[in-house]
Design a protein around this ligand. Structure first.
Ligand code: 6PG
Length: 468
């Protein structure tokens, strides 16, 4: 039963993430008031958090909070957030802080922050990464909002956040309004692409290299001890070692090869395109999931179009794939950080990229040894136009480039799709090319649409009369 004004924070939405964040907050000394429409969830909240204040409705939750009030929304992104904002705003006062901890679209967050600001309420868009385990024991937190609003929430958010290797909390205010959700969206884009790279690596070694699951697990475990160390590498190793309790065989053999998605990778791709910043590997990862989902069509096409004749498999395929994974990952983070920089410039957010890298060192799905190198790079040169210019990161690319090409080449020759590895390589090759094919594109545009083009030998737009 709610009591008056005793709680430090209210959590609305007691699903997996809300319930676990509430328990994490309580572990750090906060008195948490909780509310969910679902009675069963309210009961579960009270059962796991006897010191919590369970509330039967939103007004009761607001009454249970100390002023200025801190309310964390953990509800599905979209209409539910707008509905709650609409019902909460009339009862909130200037100085209260409303935090949206869901995977909301940054443009929605910008709109909601502006609306809340009309009444002096601080609306904070909080990117939360780390899944259930992270929420319970230490997520990575990317906050967007006013310094005052985030400042008010900082002691609690800092306390519950994951810790990086040096003990720093994986929490930062990355900018105003939608910046936190933008950064989380790009986190997810990178997550999609790194997952796709790893999945391609596994698939190539299994189906082209013929590695057993045991050997695959050993290979990934070995990688996870080196430069490729990451949370996703770690869980991949575990997955490769897992047997299906029903058949006793490798669990991957019974998992359908058609992937779902909730949309943040798509948003990241769209944002990159809207900003005119290339993020092809993130886009390919989204397309790859969409392609995988066309299972029935794929089966039909497999019957209709046999694969190419067997091609030679490089003797060092595993090493080549390892190089492709590291170089691909570098290209993916480079794309992601470039999109964040472009978003920051477009919306005037002044995002501190080093702070983003610092937050991504722990708790989040994309935590990886490479992030330490990225933080070093951005600390040395905060205005680096692209991470690949950093001498240490560039040296990793130089070292892995030949293997990366061999892995992609072997895949292409044998008809194995590696959209992420190949697009990352094309990104790198395009980025380092002094002369690209775009002169032809410009000529074609001018030919059929009189769009004009720039010449190499003098400034200004010109048009050619292509046909007599
Ligand atoms: C995280 C994840 C999480 C995301 C899931 C599912 O950082 O904890 O990014 O926020 O919702 O990974 O995403 P998809 O269903 O789109 O794969």
């Amino acid at each position: 039963m709610a009591q008056n004004s005793v709680a430090d924070i209210g959590v609305i939405g007691l699903g997996v993430m809300g319930r676990n964040l509430a328990a994490n907050l309580a572990d750090h000394g906060a008195t948490v008031a909780g509310y969910d429409l679902d009675e069963g969830r309210r009961a579960a909240f009270l059962a796991t958090m006897p010191a919590g204040v369970v509330c039967a409705g939103v007004p009761e939750l607001l009454a249970a909070l100390k002023a200025p009030r801190l309310v964390l929304l953990m509800v599905p992104a979209g209409a539910a957030v707008d509905a709650l904002l609409g019902s909460l705003l009339p009862d909130l006062r200037a100085g209260d802080v409303l935090i949206d901890g869901g995977n909301s679209h940054y443009a929605d967050t910008r709109r909601r922050a502006a609306l809340a600001a009309e009444t002096g309420v601080h609306f904070v868009g909080l990117g939360v990464s780390g899944g259930e385990e992270g929420a319970r024991h230490g997520p990575a937190l990317m906050a967007g909002g006013t310094p005052e609003g985030i400042g008010r929430a900082t002691p609690l958010l800092q306390a519950i956040a994951a810790r990086a290797g040096d003990g720093a909390p994986c929490f930062a205010r990355v900018g105003p309004d939608g910046a936190g959700h933008f950064v989380k969206m790009i986190h997810n884009g990178i997550e999609y692409a790194d997952m796709q790279l790893i999945a391609e690596g596994y698939h190539l070694l299994r189906h082209l290299g013929g590695l057993s699951y045991e050997r695959l697990a050993e290979t990934f475990a070995e990688w996870n001890r080196g430069e490729l160390a990451s949370y996703l590498m770690e869980i991949t190793t575990d997955i490769l070692r897992t047997s299906d309790p029903e058949t006793g065989g490798p669990i991957l053999e019974v998992i359908q090869d058609a992937a779902g998605q909730k949309g943040t990778g798509h948003w990241a791709t769209t944002a990159a395109m809207e900003l005119g910043m290339p993020a092809p590997t993130i886009a390919e990862a989204v397309h790859a999931r969409c392609l995988s989902a066309l299972k029935a069509e794929r089966l039909r096409a497999a019957d209709a179009f046999p694969p190419p004749p067997a091609a030679a498999v490089p003797g060092d395929l595993a090493a080549a794939v390892g190089d492709a994974l590291l170089c691909g990952r570098i290209a993916v983070y480079a794309q992601g950080f470039a999109v964040i920089a472009a978003g920051s410039a477009r919306f005037g957010w002044d995002v501190d990229l080093a702070a983003v890298a610092s937050v991504w060192r722990g708790g989040c799905i994309i935590r990886a040894r490479l992030v330490d190198r990225i933080l070093d790079a951005l600390t040395r040169a905060p205005d680096l136009p692209n991470l690949m210019f950093d001498p240490d990161i560039g040296a990793l690319l130089a070292r892995g480039e030949a293997g990366w090409r061999r892995a992609v080449g072997a895949a292409v020759a044998s008809g194995q799709p590696v959209p992420a590895m190949a697009s990352a390589l094309a990104y790198w090759d395009g980025y380092r090319s002094p002369r690209l094919w775009a002169n032809m594109i410009q000529a074609q545009r001018d030919y059929f649409g009189a769009h004009g083009y720039e010449r190499t030998d003098r400034p200004g737009m010109v048009h050619t009369q292509w046909t007599p």
